[in-house]
Design a protein around this ligand. Structure first.
Ligand code: HEC
Length: 143
């Protein structure tokens, strides 16, 4: 948990991370976007985060080579505590680029998936969250 906190402090304090475009908040209102996001998710993300978004088995423990495992994205983890801007960056650039000396397996997909595609994946991920968490996260993303 402390590690996650440090990551967030880093993301907020690093000037080059500020975003020019503002396409947030990302909603789950469009069935088409969710459908497109699902396709991309299956192709690029399901191998680690699982096709039902439940994350790796025992995701809080470390894998055999000492790395953190893929957390659930379905609303049972802490994904919904991050704003859209942060989530978009994690997916686009990967934690490896955002966090100095990062040792982990969440790399960026910016060279494979465009910004709209990343937003679509987020719409799909959000379609799994309960109403309360969804609304909370939307309010975070409006700031
Ligand atoms: C090779 C395995 C792997 C793949 C493939 C992968 N991830 Fe991850 N992901 C991780 C790991 C491991 C973490 C935890 C980061 C850490 O603590 O090092 C993570 C973290 C995340 C987080 C932060 C979650 C949170 O609750 O803070 C998001 C969002 C995320 N991944 C989305 C995606 C998306 C979207 C894709 C597909 C485009 C994807 N990941 C593909 C392994 C993977």
């Amino acid at each position: 948990m402390r590690k996650v906190f440090l990551i967030l402090v880093f993301l907020f304090s690093y000037p080059e991370n500020s975003f020019a475009s503002n396409h947030y908040p990302i909603t789950r209102d469009s069935e088409i976007n969710i459908f497109k996001g699902k396709k991309l998710y299956k192709q690029y993300c399901a191998s680690c985060h699982q096709s039902n978004l439940s994350g790796a088995v025992n995701w809080k423990s470390l894998d055999n080579d000492g790395h953190r495992k893929a957390p659930p994205l379905n609303g049972t983890g802490h994904t919904w505590h991050h704003s859209d801007e942060i989530l978009h960056k994690i997916i686009k650039y990967g934690l490896a680029k955002l966090v100095k000396n990062y040792e982990g397996k969440m790399y960026g997909y910016g060279d494979k998936i465009d910004d709209q595609g990343i937003d679509n994946i987020l719409s799909y991920i959000k379609s799994y969250w309960n109403e309360e968490n969804y609304k909370y996260q939307i309010s975070l993303s409006k700031k």
